[in-house]
Design a protein around this ligand. Sequence first.
Ligand SMILES: [Zn+2]
Length: 308
Amino acid sequence: MSYASIITAHDRTAADELARLRSAFDEADAILIGAGAGLSTAAGFTYSGPRFERTFSPWRERYGFTDMYSGGFYPYPTLQDFWGYWCKSILANRYECGVGAVYRTLVDLVADRDAFVLTTNVDHQFQLSGADHARLFYTQGDYSLFQCSKPCRPVTYDNEEQVRAMASALDEKIARQKAAGVPARLLDLSVPAELVPRCPHCGRPLTTNLRIDDTFVEDEGWHAASARYHAWLDSHETGRVLYLELGVGGNTPGIIKYPFWQRAARNPAATYACVNLGEAYAPAQIAGRAIVLDADCAAVVDALAGTR
Ligand SMILES: [Zn+2]
């Protein structure tokens, strides 16, 4: 199938599209949710602005970046500096951010439906919202996990204890420097060498379990979730399946967007819905069964739940 021709939200009216989504949602035999970064943005977990500033103003002063994506890819001078940034980022985006309302609403909304969630988000929000683990596949990793940097074996490690230990040591170090009058741009933002996490098997440094390159570890849990996801797909080739895409951008369309288009095209009873603020579109080939909503994911999920 070629994607040369698309329809966008400009071709439709939002009220019509929302009404069509309501019907499709109510009438669906099964719902596959594809969740991308826009869903976490709608939950309030932005990577820039006040949320960045609250924790990372010393990093802005020192390195010049102004958002957490850039902070995650910055080439830090040492491993201790790498972990100085990452322990605070994992703490802020995984252990101390609470649960986004839109995630809770969405999980409740499909609790008694034949639904499965596929997500590229790594912030653990579906798990925190009580989503059924057997119906959840997070393909790109999770902030809660470390892996060997080589990696020497396909396993991951829960990281909360190490993250909190690094962050609290760093907080104390920063407080000591501020008390001594060290200017913000000269602050030492590195964690103590003895806290740098090491692989328990080979002694190499651990790193985040996030799909950044081909060293990403797909552990036993990942493979089990992948198998359950593909089994769910296999058992839903036909029938009224709603492919509900929420906040999926253009970075990795091969994971959610293109497979959703292809599956919707193959099944004449399926509906494809693209909800995305600023980037809502669908292939013209399935225009009659496509819903395109240029809207905030939280507003749409709330509308489906009847809470607004
Ligand atoms: Zn190792």
